[in-house]
Structures are given as structure tokens and as C-alpha cells.
Design a protein around this ligand. Structure first.
Ligand code: AMP
Length: 433
């Protein structure tokens, strides 16, 4: 057992795993750009109050899972690592006066989030999210556009069988009356509530609806539904979101128990699941509308909607479907620079440096092995060319060996980069040299 290990709930992504991540990050960035979203980067930690106000104090994320940073004696503000990106992005929207920009402000962010969760498969203390936010558009059309964007991301990533779950959780006009009704319902059945749920009853009753406790299943099935108690504005909004999704050909399932864990959501709420896993805890991604959030964080009332898609669970799900990446292969250099004089590391490194400066992937042999060994390892790592420094160097020439073809010729140093680039392009496109 090594003395030092990555902290519990975190993982090292080793070079064999990162190509899958790089591919997803590129895909996410390209897709976001195609839909008109621009990249934003907010800090990985914020003042704790941003999350307490922005996510909500009576949420699992803030109550139990926030990674708080012990305050330094010379700072008055307490910080926490971000558990999700929306609160930070909305804080930035208010701070930079983005309400004066053309609305909606459409941004995306890809990066690590931190939650003090109990680690298990698909649940980590540091995980990655692809996050989309459109701030300043009340919907409903953009709600559908965003749900569709998430579905498209999964499809483009190569994941099949992704189910979209959809609900409306009302707004401050209709939710309070419903919350009262729901509280009364659960109070009536108080004796059947597990202790933990009873504790949440008076503080955040909506969360009882998405409880994973099997004892709650029957109670929840018979509970009054929020979608039966929406005000007419929320009702119309929800109907329009569905109509837009239908028109886009996005299939979805209505899920009255979907309330999302965060306080700030209003109206549209949605989650993505691997088909057949909806009952389990692990959503692939989720999002919703948060029309009250900008104001909560000190801005003027501004609607917004977004999603957070977990990349870790997506990579896991792709692996389960056998859709692992062809790009996982180790990238072989185009050229390895070797030489007859084992001590001439200066000569080898200089030529490799010149090749790299022209854009060629080159490695210099920096050990002091015999030429035969140097060539062997160049072939083993799958290099296309070996540049061999020998006696010809005095005349300004080198030997260029095409390793797979087994052919070799003398090339003036001045033409080396061009020769290599031409030969390597042909090689990559499968044309015989
Ligand atoms: P949430 O805001 O909790 O709905 O999270 C959005 C998405 O982030 C989830 O659907 C997951 O894909 C991912 N996610 C959330 N928490 C974790 C975690 N502890 N480990 C890995 N992924 C997570």
C-alpha cells in the first residue's frame, strides 16, 4: 500500500483514460458553440454565501455536501469549493452587469465540481460537469432547445437509450399552496414516514417526493401532484415546453416526482437517465429553470435555465455499452531522432526541437544507448520515421528511415522538416509512399 494516495472519492485520470475525456470536452464545446453558447470560466471556489443563497440552505448539497474551506484568520469571508456551477455563473452575471448585454446571455462551462458525498461507483467527491446556462429568456421555447441540446450531446457522444424525464415544479404563485397541501398529506401519514423524511417534512417537503427510500414509494404514488395544481401561467408554460419538444421530435416522459435537489428551480425540471435506470439514484444529468436565482444573488429579477451533465457517469455508461474510445491508443511520435554517437544528445535534441517547431511530433533519443537499441525502441513505439545522425552530418545530411516501409534515404537537413511532413501526411492518409 503506497503511503500517499489520491483523497477518498477522487481519482487520477491516467493517460490511457484522458482521451475519452478530451473527446467529450471537445464535443461539448463544439456543440455548445453550434447552439450559440460561449465559454465562461468561474472560480472553483466562491464565498460560501453564494451557495447558501444560490443553491439553498435546506438542500443536501449545502447542508451535507459542501466542501468548506477553513477561513484564514486574515479574511472575513468563508469559502467553499463549488458543488455545481450555476450559482457561480449567476453571481458572475450580476457582478459584471450582464443584464446590459443582449439577452439571453448563453454560456457554457466544463470543469470539476466538488461534493462531500459518500463515495461509490458514479458518485465522487470531485467530478466533472458540462454545464449550459441561458440567462434572460423566460422560455418556453428555449427550455425545449436546452433539453434537446442535452439529448443531442449524449447521442453525439455515442450513448444510446437515454431517457428524458420532465416535470414542472411551478413557481412562487402556485407552489406555496401546493407545498401546504403536500405537507398536510404527509402529516396525515406521519406514522409511515421514515425518520429522515419526517425530519425534512417541515423544512423541504418537496424533497420527500424524490426520496429513494422504498418505504416512500407507495406514499409518493398517492401524493397530490404538483402538475395538477399549477397556476394557469405555469400550466401554459409547461404545455408549451411539451409542444416544442414534440415538434423537435425529442421524446420524454412526464415524471411528477422529479423535483431536483436545488431550491432555486421554478417551472421546467428535467433529468437524463440511462433507459431502465430511472428508479435508481444516478441521473446522467439534469437541469431546470431558475427564474428566482438572479434576484436571490442580488440582481434584478431575470429568468434563466440550464443543465449540468456529469461527464464521469457518461464515461461509465459509455463503457457499459462497450462504446470505448478508439482514440485511447497512445499517440506515437511521427519521428524519433537517433544517432550513431550515443553521447551526442545535443545534436539529437536540437534536430527534434527544430522538427517540433515546424509542427512535427518528434522525440529525441536522450539515453546513451547503442544505435541498434535506439532504432528498436523507435519501431516499438510506432514511430513512422527515424532520423539517423551519422557521418553524413558533416556534409549537412541525415539518414531518414521509413520504419514501417523499411526504406532509407539521405536527406539534407534543410529539407528534413518538409520531407517528413510530406511523407507523414501520405502515411496517415493511407497512401503508399
Ligand atoms: P445534480 O446537480 O446533482 O443534478 O448533478 C448533475 C449531474 O452531475 C448528475 O446528473 C451527475 O451526472 C453529476 N453528478 C452529481 N453529483 C455527482 C457525484 N458526486 N459524482 C459524479 N457525478 C455527479
Amino acid at each position: 500500500m503506497p503511503t500517499f494516495r489520491a483523497p477518498r472519492g477522487t481519482r487520477d485520470l491516467l493517460p490511457g483514460e484522458t482521451p475519452a475525456w478530451t473527446r467529450l470536452e471537445r464535443l461539448a464545446g463544439d456543440l455548445a458553440a453550434r447552439y450559440g453558447y460561449r465559454r465562461i470560466e468561474t472560480p472553483m471556489f466562491e464565498g460560501t454565501a453564494v451557495f447558501e443563497r444560490g443553491v439553498g440552505e435546506v438542500t443536501d448539497i449545502v447542508e451535507k455536501e459542501l466542501f468548506r474551506i477553513a477561513p484564514r484568520t486574515d479574511e472575513s469571508e468563508a469559502w467553499a469549493l463549488r458543488p455545481e456551477p450555476t450559482a457561480g455563473i449567476v453571481r458572475a452575471y450580476v457582478q459584471h452587469g450582464m443584464h446590459t448585454w443582449p439577452q439571453p446571455v448563453k454560456v457554457y462551462e466544463i470543469g470539476p465540481m466538488f461534493r462531500y458525498d459518500r463515495p461509490q461507483a458514479g458518485r465522487y467527491r470531485q467530478f466533472w460537469q458540462f454545464d449550459i446556462e441561458a440567462i434572460g429568456d423566460p422560455g418556453p421555447a428555449i427550455d425545449a432547445e436546452i433539453v434537446e441540446l442535452g439529448s443531442r450531446f449524449y447521442a453525439d457522444a455515442g450513448l444510446t437509450g437515454v431517457a428524458v424525464l420532465l416535470n414542472s415544479i411551478g413557481d412562487p404563485a402556485c407552489r406555496p399552496a401546493y407545498v401546504k397541501r403536500l405537507t398536510a398529506y404527509f402529516r396525515e401519514h406521519d406514522a409511515r414516514l421514515p425518520a429522515f423524511e419526517r425530519g425534512r417534512l417541515e423544512r423541504n417537503v418537496l424533497r420527500l417526493l424524490d426520496s429513494k427510500d422504498p418505504a416512500m414509494a407507495e406514499l409518493n404514488a398517492a401524493a397530490p401532484r404538483l402538475t395538477d395544481h399549477l397556476c394557469s401561467a405555469c400550466e401554459a408554460h409547461f404545455a408549451a415546453v411539451r409542444a416544442h419538444l414534440d415538434a423537435l421530435g425529442v421524446s420524454y416522459r412526464l415524471e411528477p416526482g422529479l423535483v431536483r435537489g436545488l431550491d432555486y428551480y421554478t417551472r421546467t425540471a428535467f433529468e437524463y437517465y440511462v433507459e431502465g435506470r430511472e428508479g435508481q439514484q444516478q441521473a446522467l444529468g439534469g437541469g431546470g429553470r431558475y427564474d428566482g436565482l438572479v434576484k436571490r444573488l442580488g440582481g434584478r429579477p431575470t429568468p434563466g435555465i440550464g443543465f449540468g451533465i456529469g461527464l464521469d457517469r457518461l464515461v461509465l455508461a459509455l463503457g457499459e455499452q462497450g462504446a470505448t474510445d478508439a482514440t485511447d491508443a497512445v499517440a506515437a511520435p511521427a519521428v524519433v531522432v537517433v544517432g550513431a554517437d550515443p553521447d551526442d544528445t545535443v545534436g539529437r535534441l536540437r534536430i527534434a526541437t527544430e522538427l517540433r517547431a515546424t509542427g512535427v511530433a518528434a522525440r529525441a533519443e536522450l539515453g546513451q544507448r547503442k544505435l541498434g537499441k535506439q532504432l528498436e525502441s523507435a519501431a516499438r513505439e510506432g514511430a513512422h520515421f527515424a532520423v539517423i545522425l551519422g557521418d553524413e552530418l558533416a556534409a549537412g545530411d541525415v539518414q531518414l528511415r521509413d520504419l514501417p516501409a523499411g526504406s532509407q534515404k539521405v536527406v539534407p537537413l534543410a529539407e528534413l522538416a518538409r520531407e517528413v511532413a510530406r511523407g507523414h501526411a501520405r502515411h496517415r492518409h493511407g497512401i503508399d509512399p
